[in-house]
Design a binder for this molecule. Sequence first.
Ligand SMILES: [Ca+2]
Length: 99
Amino acid sequence: MGKKVKPTGQEDAEATRVRLEHFKTWLMQFDADRDGRINWRELREAIRRRGARFASLKAWFALHLADKDGNGFIDDEEVRHLMDLAHKDLAFNKMCCYG
Ligand SMILES: [Ca+2]
């Protein structure tokens, strides 16, 4: 049928890296205690700010999935997991900062 407009596969890694940097920058606005990690409260605030419903529940869910070492925080390494989740489940797909 119609033509497919597809970006070249090459830019994927770079695009992902840039997206991650933007996501981190945005997320760290909510790092209220400035410890460089995102806890549940901070994540809930971030989700609320996106206008998502059930922010408390989503924050809990996302934290448990993204927090790979189980310390209760999203640290620098784990932000990428959170970003993946955010796109899928947390109504972050209309992120202001990606535009
Ligand atoms: Ca924090």
